[in-house]
Design a protein around this ligand. Structure first.
Ligand code: FPP
Length: 252
């Protein structure tokens, strides 16, 4: 019998959650559609990204409430540098503003902030703010939010191979040590479990260089909703569907 204390009611979705039920441990999200959301309203693209922050706030709250352990958000890809300088700098500003404004609330809620991706390419002001957020929340044991920044799966794999090759050359590792687990722990996601569920918004059906190694057996959920309109209730809808999937991992 379930204890009442294990059950959470999400009033928007009218769904009851039980922590012991099949809640995915790790959810990845490709937050897509900010530009189209803005265009539909005759607004600049940057206001679409700004509206996207509200969706991030909601999704973190819901994921945390229902006991998701890891949430990985694709915020800035290795390919996003190709956007206009204005848009790139607006995204950087938004990231700084978000961390400055919200990190203490996230910390209060026991959320741990982590990043994946190559942060060496970011301006000092951005990386300093990221470091502060990580340092403040590093001992939190609630939801771990991995923000993917200057992240691309192929770039991650190249960095991983270089890292392993260096260890081989310095004889810290031997050829026989190389196996799937060694590669896994040298990826940016380290010892974080692979995503159970991957969500992409805005009606696009692509992986766009996101967690390609890690999603080998991940369940996929595509939503037509533009990211700024994505709510906690949408996340719960995806999770409800996930709970009914049969995961066989290649077995019979
Ligand atoms: C994709 O929409 C979205 C992005 C490239 C950026 C995502 C960023 C945020 C949600 C806000 C900033 C993040 C943080 C962590 C504060 P798009 O611009 O490709 O939309 P489109 O396909 O409709 O043009």
């Amino acid at each position: 019998m379930n204890k009442t204390s294990d059950i959470i009611e999400d009033k928007d979705a009218k769904i009851f959650y039980n922590h012991q039920e099949k809640v995915p441990q790790h959810v990845g999200i490709i937050m897509d559609g900010n530009g189209r959301w803005a265009k539909k309203r005759n607004l600049p693209r940057t206001l679409g990204h700004r509206a996207g922050v509200n969706a991030i706030r909601e999704v973190i709250k819901t994921a945390s409430n229902i006991g998701v352990k890891y949430l990985t958000l694709y915020a800035f890809s290795t390919e996003n540098w190709k956007r206009s300088t204005d848009e790139v700098s607006a995204l950087m500003k938004l990231l700084i503003e978000y961390l400055k404004k919200e990190v203490s609330e996230l910390h209060k809620n026991n959320v741990k902030i982590n990043t994946i991706g190559d942060l060496t390419k970011f301006p000092k002001a951005v990386s300093a703010e990221i470091d502060r957020a990580k340092e403040l929340t590093k001992n939190n044991e609630g939801l771990c939010v991995n923000i993917a920044l200057n992240y691309g799966s192929r770039d991650e794999m190249v960095r991983c191979v270089k890292n392993i090759a260096e260890k081989l050359l310095s004889e810290a590792l031997e050829m026989k040590d190389i196996d799937e687990n060694l590669i896994k722990i040298h990826l940016d996601t380290g010892d974080c479990p692979d995503p159970d569920l991957l969500i992409r918004t805005s009606g696009e059906y692509r992986l766009s260089n996101f967690l390609l190694w890690q999603v080998a057996y991940t369940e996929l959920w595509f939503s037509d909703v533009y990211w700024p309109d994505f709510t906690g209730a949408h996340l719960l809808e995806a999770i409800e569907d996930f709970k009914n999937r049969q995961r066989r991992y290649g077995g019979a």
